[in-house]
Design a protein around this ligand. Structure first.
Ligand SMILES: Cc1cc2nc3c(=O)[nH]c(=O)nc-3n(C[C@H](O)[C@H](O)[C@H](O)COP(=O)(O)OP(=O)(O)OC[C@H]3O[C@@H](n4cnc5c(N)ncnc54)[C@H](O)[C@@H]3O)c2cc1C
Length: 382
């Protein structure tokens, strides 16, 4: 595999760096004040040509690939800004609808996700499960040309923003069939939908994650994504892509934690010398750098499998998570320790990077579920 960056890749990185320098300070300042995303955020992404990365141009996308997308994810991850979540979501949901939708569905729902006029969501988790499709309780019951949805989704990102979400339901018309999970594209502003307040999270400052309550919500049959009862493969494929984007952003967070530590290690004087030159701390930097580099390389390898549509990509994305979560969480912990008490203060970026790194082990399928996917694939591979 060739990991040399092409001129296009280099230009994408340059553009992403410019976005991070010019836009993110304003976005983060808004989010600190309002504890929410700026309403025009997706349009900023669109202006910088960051949406619809893996969507064909005819549907409003950029027509690039996932490799370029993860290069941007890494740059945004370095800033520690929570705005990475809606950036991932619009990209991944648009690509998912392109893959599974009919021509009519794609033309209706994908362009607004690419021009930034709509906010995407993906909703699987419920109060009783975030891992098991058999335990879903958001029901979908047929009624003429519509389905009626009732129940609750939990911890849904960007749920209360205008746009569309892919909601996974227990389809009552599939009762008795082996698979009964059906995915619907739902207008999040439909009558009968209400929201909880935002969850107070450990990290991802300003994120809008909340519960979504459905009371007799009418959704046209035409909004079914893929086939009835075949929602779970849609979820598994989407999560595999999302994992890679999240891991890339996490690698970015680890790289930033390393760079902050190098700077601090050269500046902070202890016992007459810059502290980074103490053997214990220079060893720590060596561990941090090699951990970040290992995760980055596996991330590049995995996304190449995705772009080349290679069999085994989904299990490979789980292996990436199995490597990245503990390694980068440890890198961020080391960065806090490296900074002494300053690392524990909000004056220094590393405490935010540490808090953000903790989320990747529990979101978009937990670390344990990914160990199970990777392990079972190894056992059953011929
Ligand atoms: C900031 C944030 C944003 C989120 N955004 C979204 C979103 O947009 N959409 C969405 O659908 N969800 C979202 N979630 C929810 C998240 O994806 C789920 O919480 C996650 O998938 C885990 O589900 P759970 O918490 O219900 O854990 P459970 O499924 O209840 O599991 C509890 C624990 O048991 C372990 N476990 C479960 N089953 C197994 C098994 N078979 N083998 C071994 N261990 C197992 C899990 O790893 C976990 O540690 C978000 C969560 C957060 C914190």
């Amino acid at each position: 595999m060739d990991f040399n960056l092409s001129p296009l890749n280099k230009m994408v990185i340059k553009t992403a760096k410019a976005f991070c320098e010019t836009e993110i300070p304003g976005i983060d300042a808004y989010m600190k004040e309002h504890k929410d995303y700026p309403p025009y955020l997706q349009e900023i992404f669109a202006k910088h040509k960051m949406l619809g990365m893996d969507v064909p141009k005819e549907y409003g996308g950029i027509g690039a690939d996932n490799f370029n997308l993860i290069l941007i994810a890494e740059e945004v991850g370095k800033t520690g800004s929570t705005c990475m979540l809606p950036f991932f979501m619009n990209n991944s949901v648009a690509e998912t609808i392109c893959h599974w939708g009919t021509e009519e569905v794609i033309k209706k729902f994908v362009p607004p996700l690419c021009d930034g006029t709509a906010w995407a969501s993906m909703a699987f988790t419920e109060p009783n499960t975030g891992s098991d499709p058999r335990s879903l309780t958001l029901t979908a019951e047929p009624d003429g040309d519509d389905f009626i949805l009732n129940g609750t989704k939990r911890f849904i990102s960007m749920a209360n923003k205008p746009g569309f979400g892919v909601f996974f339901t227990k389809d009552l018309s599939m009762k008795g069939k082996p698979f009964d999970t059906t995915a619907f594209i739902v207008d999040k502003m439909s009558p009968g939908i209400t929201f909880s307040g935002h969850y107070e999270l450990m990290g991802l400052d300003g994120a809008d994650t909340c519960d979504v309550f459905f009371k007799d919500v009418r959704v046209p049959k035409a909004n079914i994504l893929g086939k009835q009862g075949k929602g779970f493969p849609i979820l598994l494929r989407w999560i595999a892509g999302e994992r890679v984007q999240q891991c890339a952003a996490t690698v970015g967070g680890g790289q930033a934690a390393l760079e902050e530590s190098i700077k601090y290690g050269n500046e902070r004087v202890v016992g007459g010398f810059p502290m980074g030159y103490m053997q214990g701390f220079s060893w720590m930097l060596a561990e941090m750098k090699t951990r970040v580099e290992a995760c980055r390389l596996l991330c590049y390898k995995t996304v190449k499998l995705q772009d080349e549509k290679k069999k085994g990509f989904e299990a490979a994305s789980s292996e990436l998570k199995v490597l990245t979560v503990p390694l980068i969480q440890e890198v961020c912990r080391q960065a806090v320790q490296f900074h002494g008490s300053y690392g524990y203060s909000k004056e220094y970026k590393v405490e935010k990077l540490f808090r953000n790194a903790m989320h990747v082990g529990v979101v978009a399928s937990s670390l344990e579920i990914n160990k199970t996917i990777a392990g079972m694939t190894i056992l059953t591979q011929k």
